[in-house]
Design a binder for this molecule. Structure first.
Ligand code: FAD
Ligand code: FMN
Length: 603
């Protein structure tokens, strides 16, 4: 028997990414139909020989904000067209996996915090790094790590998992690939190599784009941005309809409320998701850089993703990151200019001093510090990374705001060397994306930062500063669906007079019975600083009571300090009010995470 695998013709009106996704989708449908009635519909394609046994392949993802999860699903669909029977699971499912039966594993993981495991991989890692971890002899595997070279511990979670699987007896079938923010192309290359190696000697050629056998259905992907026509690589040009200052005139921080129209996009989201924004740079900064390197801006340069060279000025405004100096840029400029100070700071053991030196400095600062380099336009552009999209926690419910998405953004502006430095994306939204201009956006589906399935379940939300964003969305959603569960928001900022974001809305929610408790911590309204974690300790007995009643606990906002302090406060509450030892409190908090009752959206 031979079957026909349908593929869309190249002339079909889709982008390569859309076509690839649709082909995968059709392949899945075909497989399902083949299983049901033993025949395959002939659409347009090539004949393939009779079915060979499919090889089970377990994709495991570690994710914080959903990228690795969406990528694992996308890659599994390709694997399904190459003779594999893939299944996709989060690393948080590690206890439910029968490790002795798995023969092929593909790990796709991000890194978070300071080289840490993403939240959904922490329980897995705590177990796997101990002697209690299962032996993995007979397992073949490969790891795809996604990260960001701007972090000192680039792709550390992937590196750690890769090394540990080998220590546990598994065989690395294909070397790990560490991807920077532009992960799509390296991920595809890794997949080709990994599938070929994991297939074993009798396996199909990995470069085949069509399976030599019946295609296996991948597990249904969640409703991810990557599986839709509008995506990170193909963002929807949305209209910015509101740009309003939330902070008062005397505030130190500038925090803004944005409303963006999704009309005509077909995009939808759930509360807990984030919006990806693809910004452009400040044109004045681009012009200043061009002047400093002695170019005109008209020189043609090559940029990643562009079919043909574009003028340097365009590249510096639209394509390349012209603010954050990457590690490669710093090395290049130090070597080429022979700058003794930076060269010394780059030596091993000086990373803290280097970080202090770089704090607040952008690419223009370094160019001015290292004069005399004979830059060419092409040589300069080649030293820059692509602008990375920024994520923002969505602060609206689509049920309360049809076809709209709202953001709550702290605008980055600070002065170094007498010059105002502007965060790329927050000032793009605040200053440069004025109506009727469009903002390229995509939905980043969250991995598990979600309201409880049962609307009666109480929730505690700790969201200082812009961390309030997803909780405004949660509260709007709970009102829209008339959820009876109790809602407690713990909000904090500097001063009540300037920084009580959404005060009227929150008071209205309280009056209408959808905000049952509002606790605030304004750090600078009294001599001693008071933060949300201090309020948590004060309210410890009540928090413990809510947790005993099944409350879900959420944290959003600053990852570097606040989220750690809130985590410590939660452990302290379990010890003080739950009578637990230190170890018991750790086990209890981990059990909340495992039950998805403790969720974080921290950055
Ligand atoms: C899942 C997720 C959700 C997020 N949600 C939100 C949200 O709801 N609201 C929100 O506002 N942000 C949110 N962020 C952060 C957001 O994505 C951006 O990182 C933020 O807006 C800054 O981006 P930017 O392009 O404006 O600044 P960039 O160009 O990236 O510049 C920021 C950098 O400037 C430097 N810097 C900043 N301030 C100073 C200073 N005072 N002195 C010296 N150097 C300084 C730091 O190096 C900092 O990393 C979220 C991030 C993630 C990952
Ligand atoms: C707060 C924060 C911390 C991060 N820390 C690291 C890090 O230490 N090392 C690294 O390589 N990447 C780091 N990253 C980059 C992420 O790994 C990268 O954005 C990845 O694509 C996120 O994938 P996910 O959505 O699956 O979690 C960090 C990102 C954020 C927002």
């Amino acid at each position: 028997m031979s079957i026909v695998i349908p593929t869309l013709p190249d002339s079909a009106p889709f982008t390569a990414e859309q076509r690839a996704w649709l082909n995968g989708y059709l392949a899945g449908l075909l497989a399902a139909q083949t299983q049901r009635n033993g025949s395959a519909p002939a659409l347009n394609g090539t004949s393939a020989p009779a079915a060979a046994p499919k090889k089970r392949l377990l994709f495991l993802f570690g994710t914080q904000t959903g990228t690795a999860e969406a990528l694992a699903h996308k890659l599994s669909k390709v694997a399904a067209t190459r003779g594999f029977a893939p299944e996709v699971k989060g690393l948080d499912a590690y206890e439910k996996i029968n490790w002795s039966e798995e023969k092929r594993i593909a790990v796709v993981t991000s890194t978070y915090g300071d080289g840490d495991m993403p939240d959904n991989a922490q329980g897995f890692w705590n177990h796997f790094k101990t002697d209690a971890a299962p032996k993995l002899n007979g397992v073949t595997y490969s790891v795809l790590a996604i990260g960001d070279t701007n972090y000192p511990d680039f792709c550390k979670a992937g590196k750690d998992i890769d090394a540990r699987l080998e220590q546990l007896g598994a065989t690395r079938a294909h070397p790990r690939t560490d991807c920077d923010v532009d992960y799509e192309a390296p991920a595809q290359t890794w997949l080709d190599g990994a599938l070929s190696a994991l297939a074993g000697p009798e396996g199909s050629a990995a470069s085949d784009s069509i399976a030599p056998a019946v295609v296996a259905p991948a597990e249904a992907a969640p409703d991810t941005a990557i599986a839709k026509p509008w995506s990170k690589t193909n963002p929807f040009p949305a209209r910015l309809i509101t740009n309003r200052l939330l902070s008062g005139s005397g505030a130190i921080k500038e925090t803004r409320h944005f409303e963006i129209s999704l009309a005509g996009s077909g995009l939808a989201y759930e509360v807990g998701d984030a919006l990806g924004v693809v910004p452009t740079n400040c044109p004045e900064l681009a012009a200043e850089i061009i002047k400093t390197i002695g170019c005109t801006g008209e020189e043609p340069v090559t940029v990643p993703g562009a079919a043909a060279p574009i003028p340097l000025l365009d590249a510096l405004i639209k394509s390349l990151d012209i603010t954050k100096p990457s590690p490669d840029f710093i090395k290049y400029i130090a070597t080429t200019s022979k700058n003794a100070e930076i060269t010394t700071l780059l030596e091993p053991g000086n990373s803290d001093a280097l970080r202090k030196f770089l704090y607040g400095k952008d690419i223009l600062d370094l160019l001015l510090l290292c004069p005399g380099i004979p830059w060419t336009a092409a040589g300069f552009a080649a030293q820059l990374k692509k602008i990375a999209p920024r994520l923002y926690s969505i602060s609206s419910s689509i049920k309360a705001n049809p076809e709209q998405v709202h953001l709550t953004v702290s605008v980055v502006r600070y002065t170094t060397n007498g010059r105002v430095h502007k965060g790329i994306c927050s000032t793009y939204l605040a200053d440069r994306a004025a109506e009727p201009a469009t903002v390229p956006v995509f939905i980043q589906t969250s991995h598990g930062f979600r309201l409880p399935a049962d609307p009666k379940t109480p929730i505690i939300m700790v969201g200082p500063g812009t961390g309030v964003a997803p909780f405004r969305a949660f509260l709007q959603e709970r009102r829209a669906i008339q959820a009876p569960g109790s809602n407690w928001l713990i909000f904090g900022e500097q001063k009540i007079a300037n920084d009580f974001y959404y005060r009227e809305e929150l008071e209205d929610l309280a009056q209408t019975g959808y905000l049952h408790k509002l606790t605030t911590a304004f750090s600078r309204d009294q001599e001693a600083k008071i933060y949300v974690q201090n309020r948590m300790i004060e309210e410890g007995a009540e928090i413990w009571k809510w947790l005993q009643e099944g409350a879900h606990f959420y944290v959003c906002g600053d990852a570097s300090r606040m989220a750690k302090d809130v985590d410590a406060a939660l452990h302290e509450i379990a010890r003080t009010h739950g009578g637990m030892s230190e170890d018991e409190s750790k086990a209890y908090i981990q059990s909340l995470k495992t039950a998805k009752r403790y969720q974080r959206d921290v950055y």
